[in-house]
Design a protein around this ligand. Structure first.
Ligand SMILES: [Fe+2]
Length: 306
């Protein structure tokens, strides 16, 4: 009998969304073989948070990790890595003493192009990045490594078009809503199961000097009380499933907490998941050079069962 399903596409899905911050200190503290500098540990609460996220994702069947990083900054439109394989050394420009990392990743170019095409159809300025000498940004690498250190899943890497820096928070939000919808539509048509990653800290005011021992945890704390209040507010909103309220408060959050959500990743992921009213799971919270970082998971794969 002829199989009528051959060639049929569709019913792909976003199985989980993650807020996965990328300070290079986390990789430095983990001492993986890919990173040159050696540490005595540090930032354990956050690293245990990532451990908890990884254990949770172990129970989820998925094909691809789709990430948006605020450190791949493209001021003319949203770009997507269009190379099958990326390998090089990534050095953090601010913390070369902590992060000199040999990365090696495989890209799902088919899905990248599908999201690119959907976004283009929606009227967005987009581009496939096909420069073979391109160096992947450290934000993408840190979040991917901490989420899945085996590097055994293909990835889709999306740039930050810096809509807020170039225009305004309102324009950034509109564009990320469009990109989120395009991402969800392309994933559904692809037939693939995807985990989405927004790679950003919450409050982002940081110290301006570094200690002699970077991992000296006696020196680590939130930069100010106001930053703590913003972080706790946003975490509680995520835990309560109040995604729309987060989007409504995003302009004030970005401005007052100097949040790294200004890169658009947070707005993109909430929109890609359909602005969920389901609660997110808090896997960990901690500060890194004074910035606030939460590791969160939206377990979308469970929502159909509820
Ligand atoms: Fe960053």
């Amino acid at each position: 009998m002829r199989n009528l399903l051959v060639g049929y596409m569709g019913k792909g899905s976003i199985v989980a969304g993650c807020l996965a911050p990328h300070p290079p200190h986390l990789v430095y503290a983990e001492n993986p073989p890919q990173n040159e500098p050696v540490s005595e540990g540090g930032w354990e609460q956050l690293r245990w948070g990532y451990e908890s996220l990884r254990a949770s994702l172990e129970k989820v069947d998925y094909d691809v990790l789709v990430i948006l990083s605020p450190h791949w900054q493209t001021y003319v439109g949203t770009h997507f890595i269009g190379l099958e394989h990326c390998a090089s050394k990534s050095v953090d420009p601010v913390f070369p003493n902590l992060f000199r990392f040999d990365y090696d990743m495989n890209v799902d170019v088919e899905l990248s192009r599908a999201i690119h095409d959907e976004a283009q159809s929606a009227g967005m300025a987009v581009k496939m990045m096909e420069n073979p000498d391109f160096r992947v940004d450290y934000g993408t690498i840190v979040s991917l490594h901490m989420t899945r250190p085996a590097w055994d899943k293909p990835v889709v890497v999306i740039s930050s078009n810096r809509g807020m820096s170039y225009y305004s928070s309102e324009v950034m939000q509109e564009m990320m809503a469009e990109l989120g919808r395009a991402t969800a539509k392309a994933i559904e048509a692809s037939g693939k199961k995807c985990v989405l990653i927004a790679s950003n800290s919450l409050s982002h005011r940081h110290f301006t000097t570094e200690n002699d021992v970077p991992e000296d945890m006696s020196k680590e704390h939130i930069e100010s009380h106001a930053m703590h209040l913003w972080d706790m507010r946003i975490i509680e909103l995520m835990r309560a499933g109040k995604s729309q309220q987060i989007l409504d408060e995003m302009p004030e959050f970005c401005e007052q907490a100097i949040s790294e959500a200004d890169g658009g990743a947070f707005s993109w992921i909430l929109n890609a998941m359909g602005v969920p009213d389901h609660p997110a799971i808090l896997h960990g919270y901690g500060t890194i050079i004074g910035t606030g970082n939460a590791i969160m998971e939206w377990p979308c794969h469970r929502w159909g069962e509820q």
